[in-house]
Design a protein around this ligand. Structure first.
Ligand code: ADP
Length: 469
């Protein structure tokens, strides 16, 4: 009996450590806004990198013409062609093709790799004639999504810092990756230029949502990892004065997974997870809110319960194995609405190999899942409101440059399977945004599910930055 009580104590302690009162969330909102300021003031001024994307124009429904996109970020690449009707007629058609990258090209020369991509792109352009009025010899505009560490130099250029994900095309490191592609395209006889280079598809997600809805000011992704970008006033980007010509807004990639604040409710489980991670002291926000980690935090609490009580019987079984409980399984336990928590039992038995857990103990497990997810969703909500606060769109009336009493509609694009597929997470997040902003201000804020921006979003970025716009 004492042992059961000990399990409950572990739960209570954890719950207290994860508390996200409205006061606490307010502190996180403020911390996010403050860190954003610091990251914009100087490089290294904050754990938030606040990277410049040089995207100073987002597409809207008036964009017109045929645009292309290339998405390279792994062992496959994608080519797309998008036809835009203009005047709100939206996307008339789009075509996509997937191509594998031959193994030998992943560790060969930069020339071979880009020649291959350029040839594939050329064949696609010739094949994918969909009756649009674009002439064969007309200059074509490409949005290039290149998901590797790149130091962006302008809207259409960036230096490769290093390869990841199994690539080792060493002579490309230190080169402008857009230029490499353009040289190969010229060689292949393809009249196409890189109008926009995006090194993080979050920007394309913002572009895509903005295309459909002009009030979109930010995009957030919550999937395996998490990130956000938003439109910042160019004159607020202190660290890059002079580099940016547009006087209006520029998209800033926050890399918000690395956000940190002492106001974040952190428990001993989070600390241990971080200590044992390959990137300890980094991605602190991500480690509390994204899909990569929620299952693992839950496992750590359950393992502790197993060690300190007998609710799982006398062995901890698979519970000691790191990352064995994936977030989708944890979500399935959390959302199990059968009266006898059948799904929880199934996952305990099949994944964790702890059979014969009592119903009462299974209820405790669901509580753990709930605490982990609720904290994650509420912190993500505070992050979003932090962005809105920074740009004067949180309804508080300061810094908006508008007279009080003229509320302005604000849309935030959200993407990623954690938000889209995990309904409890989504509900907690949505609810917390309203709670933090207050009912009235929340009426002007829309969270809109968007698709990822590495494909069509990139083509739209090309449209917004094409030389004939
Ligand atoms: P990405 O890996 O590019 O972020 P996704 O947006 O598809 O891609 O996110 C995948 C992540 O979302 C998975 O790693 C998992 O953690 C989480 N996830 C996927 N489906 C669910 C689900 N039904 N419930 C909870 N989490 C999920």
């Amino acid at each position: 009996r004492r042992k059961w009580r000990r399990a409950v104590e572990v739960l209570r302690e954890f719950e207290e450590g994860c508390a996200t009162s409205i006061g606490r969330l307010g502190q996180v909102v403020d911390a996010m806004a403050v860190e954003m300021h610091a990251g914009l003031a100087s490089d290294g001024g904050s754990k938030l990198k606040m990277l410049l994307t040089f995207i100073d124009n987002l597409p809207d429904g008036n964009a017109k013409g045929t645009y292309y996109a290339l998405d390279l970020g792994g062992t496959n690449f994608r080519v797309l062609r998008v036809r835009l009707g203009g005047k709100g007629s939206m996307i008339i058609s789009h075509q996509v093709e997937y191509h594998p990258i031959p193994q030998e090209l992943m560790s060969g020369t930069s020339e071979d790799l880009f020649d291959y991509i350029a040839m594939t792109l050329k064949q696609f352009v010739e094949r994918a004639d969909d009756g649009s009025e674009q002439k064969a010899d007309e200059k074509k505009e490409l949005g290039f999504t290149f998901s590797f560490p790149v130091r962006q130099m302008s809207v259409s250029s960036g230096i490769l810092v290093k390869w990841t994900k199994g690539f080792s095309v060493e002579d490309a490191v230190g080169k402008d990756i857009a230029q490499c592609l353009e040289e190969a395209m010229t060689k292949a006889g393809l009249n196409m230029q890189v109008a926009a280079l995006q090194v993080n598809d979050i920007v394309g997600t913002l572009a895509l949502c903005h295309y459909y809805d002009k009030d979109t000011v930010a995009a957030v992704i919550i999937g395996t990892g998490t990130n956000a970008c938003y439109v910042e006033r160019t004159d607020a980007i202190i660290k890059c004065q002079g580099l940016l010509k547009n006087s209006g807004g520029t998209v800033v990639n926050m890399e918000w997974g690395n956000f940190w604040s002492s106001h974040l409710p952190r428990t001993s489980y989070d600390i241990a997870l971080d200590d044992e991670s390959p990137n300890s002291n980094d991605q602190g926000f991500e480690k509390m809110i994204s899909g990569m980690y929620l299952g693992e935090i839950t496992r750590r609490v359950l393992y502790r319960m197993a060690q300190e009580s007998d609710i799982f019987g006398d062995g901890a079984y698979n519970l000691s194995i790191r990352f064995i409980l994936r977030t989708p399984s944890m979500a399935a336990m959390h959302e199990d609405d059968s009266p006898d928590l059948r799904e929880v039992r199934r996952i305990l038995t099949e994944t964790l190999q702890v059979p014969h857990v009592s119903l009462r103990a299974r209820r405790l497990i669901v509580r753990v899942c709930d605490i982990v997810t609720r904290r994650a969703a509420r912190l993500a909500a505070a992050g979003i409101v932090g962005i809105l606060k920074k740009i004067g769109r949180d309804g508080s009336g300061v810094a908006s440059g508008r007279a009080k009493g003229t509320p302005r509609r604000t849309v935030v694009a959200i993407e990623g399977a954690l938000y889209v597929n995990y309904s409890m997470f989504r509900e907690y997040l949505n609810e917390a945004v309203v709670e933090i902003l207050g009912e009235e201000a929340a009426q002007n804020v829309v969270l809109r599910v968007s698709e990822d921006g590495s494909g069509i979003g990139a083509a739209l970025l090309a449209a917004a930055h094409s030389s004939n716009r």
